[in-house]
Structures are given as C-alpha cells and as structure tokens.
Design a protein around this ligand. Structure first.
Ligand SMILES: [Zn+2]
Length: 174
C-alpha cells in the first residue's frame, strides 16, 4: 500500500524546494499532497530567541487529518533543546525546519540538491516515526536520529538490514 503524505508549508519555503521534495518522495512511491502555504501560529514565536516553539506548531497541526508533515524555513526549538531539525509524534503530526539544513547557514555556497536531499532524509525519518518505528543506532540508517547536517549527510535514504527485517515483522510497509 502506498503511503499518503500531506506536506504543509509554513512560512517562506520556496516553491522550487517543495516541488523537488515532492518529486523525491514520489520516487519513493509516496502519494504526496501539498497544502497551500500558511504561516506558523503567532503564539509559536519566541521573540527573545528569534525561534519558533516546535510543540506549539505541532499542536496547531492536530486538527488536520492524515499523515501531516509541516515544513518551515524558521528555526525551531523545544523546552529541552536549543534547536531541533524536527519533532514528531506517533501517527503524526510532524514538523521540520529547513533553517539549519541550508548550506548557507554554515557559510557554505548554495547547493540546491544537497539542501533538498537533507530535507527528504529528515522527512523519511519522520514518516518512520509517524509509523511508530524506533530510532536506529546504525549511523547509515534512515532511522538514525541526527542533529547535525554532517550526520544527516552521512546517512542513506534507506533502512538498514535490521530495520528492514523489523519493518516486515511489524507489518510496516515503508
Ligand atoms: Zn536501522
């Protein structure tokens, strides 16, 4: 069964980025629907930190049905962490920030493909979390939790052997 995924752009995520993500996910056999661009809830903004509270954004997405992954260009934080690439819940929703995935953030020259690749990897990881999969210790595995772009670049867009076996046993079709 193909997985239906709904992308919710929040803030100023480029249309070209969204299109490229959509194409990549289609290659992975996802059925992707993209919501009209929206703004993150104002209550999520912490003006002192100049960041958005990821949990507040997550709460605002609960009213939407289906497997929801919001994508924002704004920097996200949680009560416990100074920044996060993403947060998610079992069965959704999830929210991901592209802010620290852009090569420009690291004073590197723009690289569209690398940027999109990082976002797609994080989305695939989030879909795994939405499906109830656990974080994987294998640093090459898509289900390995990463909090640096170096680790994100190192991992592959696929499950490791152990995760593949686990998915079959759990009946997760990913
Ligand atoms: Zn794995």
């Amino acid at each position: 069964m193909r997985i239906k995924l709904d992308i919710v752009p929040l803030g100023r995520v480029g249309g070209d980025i969204i299109d490229a993500i959509k194409q990549e996910l289609k290659k992975k056999d996802f059925i992707v629907r993209v919501y009209a661009k929206n703004d993150p809830p104002k209550t999520a903004l912490n003006v002192y930190r100049k960041q958005y509270n990821a949990k507040v954004i997550l709460d605002s997405l609960r009213k939407l049905k289906g497997k929801i992954v919001a994508i924002t260009n704004f920097d996200l934080y949680t009560d416990k962490l100074s920044f996060v690439f993403s947060i998610s819940e079992y069965e959704g929703p999830a929210v991901i920030s592209t802010y620290r995935m852009s090569p420009r953030f690291y004073q590197e020259k723009p690289n569209f493909d690398l940027f999109v690749n990082r976002i797609v990897k994080e989305i695939l990881y989030l879909v795994g979390k939405i499906e109830g999969l656990k974080d994987c210790p294998n640093i090459k595995c898509i289900m390995h939790k990463t909090s640096s772009v170096r680790d994100l670049d190192y991992k592959e867009k696929d499950f490791c052997k152990d995760c593949k076996i686990n998915n079959v046993l759990k009946g997760v079709e990913l």
